[in-house]
Ligand binder design. Structure first.
Ligand code: PAF
Length: 281
């Protein structure tokens, strides 16, 4: 496994693979790898001969006062894990390499970035689409794999790829959970023992909503009431949003008529967690 830090070196490597007819699959990450990321890497093996994992804590997707500085980082451990999964190249540029002096170009998706996380993180998706577009230009992947935990991010990236005619296949992979149901996230590392217990109310609320739909409940307001009271039962938790949306457009829905995304975001202490489930129609 090679570690590449320079953009030009990564581009040359990608070009030479493409000339040899090798398929490239990319897994973009911000590092501090966990089983969820490793599952994406294993999935990537089904879509490419050469697997590239990018590890880059992208400053442009963090707003002022968010956790860019304290975002967990552990490069030696990440390298070890990537090697074990059979990754070919870890692309780990510095912030200066990705955003040199006088950098001034951004990619912005207009509509699906507005609801849900877009409301409380107004610059977030502009940073995500910009860095992902850059990674596509640098790594030149045939396919890229993203987790469905960041459901809105996946929707935004699919929109960008379609709108800008990017020649990359986008693969979404289901959420990977801890045994007790907590969705895996690098930010889980911030949680104290008690906060981790409280955090479980997100996956419990999703389970409860799914049960209600299976039981025939179709009214969004009733389902969201139950979700909010489940979330509030845990103590140290502040709901950012709990919403039902169309899984393609992310427009809000009031009645379950087909597959519907239930998307949650909540602060447990200072840690912002997200989770979601597509409820059956
Ligand atoms: O999902 C993430 O870890 C990040 O948003 C991504 C896609 C790597 C872009 O920085």
């Amino acid at each position: 496994m090679r570690i590449i830090e320079r953009v030009t070196e990564m581009q040359q490597q990608a070009e030479s693979w493409r000339r040899e007819g090798r398929r490239i699959a990319l897994v973009p990450t911000m590092g501090y790898l966990h089983e969820g990321h490793l599952t994406l890497m294993r999935e990537a093996r089904n879509h490419g001969d050469e697997i590239v994992v990018s590890i880059f804590v992208n400053p442009t997707q963090f707003g002022p006062g968010e956790d860019y500085e304290r975002y967990p980082r552990d490069m030696p451990r990440d390298e070890l894990l990537a090697r074990e999964v059979g990754v070919t190249v870890v692309f780990a540029p510095s912030a200066r390499e990705m955003y040199p002096d006088r950098y001034q170009t951004f990619v912005e998706v207009m509509e699906v970035t507005q609801p849900l996380c877009g409301r409380s993180r107004p610059v977030h998706f502009r940073g995500v689409t910009t860095v992902v577009a850059k990674l596509f230009n640098i790594v030149k992947p045939h396919a890229a794999v993203f987790g469905e935990k960041d459901f809105q991010q996946l929707t935004v990236i699919r929109r960008m790829v379609e709108d800008l005619n990017m020649d990359v296949q986008i693969i979404g992979h289901p959420i990977v959970r801890e045994e007790d149901g907590l969705a895996m996230s690098s930010r889980n590392a911030y949680l104290t023992g008690n906060q981790r217990e409280v955090a479980l109310s997100l996956s419990r609320a999703l389970g409860e909503a799914e049960k209600m739909v299976h039981g025939g409940e179709r009214r969004g307001a009733i389902i969201l009431d139950a979700v909010r009271s489940q979330l509030s039962s845990g103590g140290e938790l502040r709901i950012d949003y709990a919403e039902l949306c169309d899984p393609d457009t992310l427009e809000s829905v009031t009645e379950i008529r087909g597959p519907t995304l239930l998307a949650l975001a909540a602060f447990v202490g200072h840690t912002r967690l997200i989770d979601n489930r597509v409820l059956p129609g």
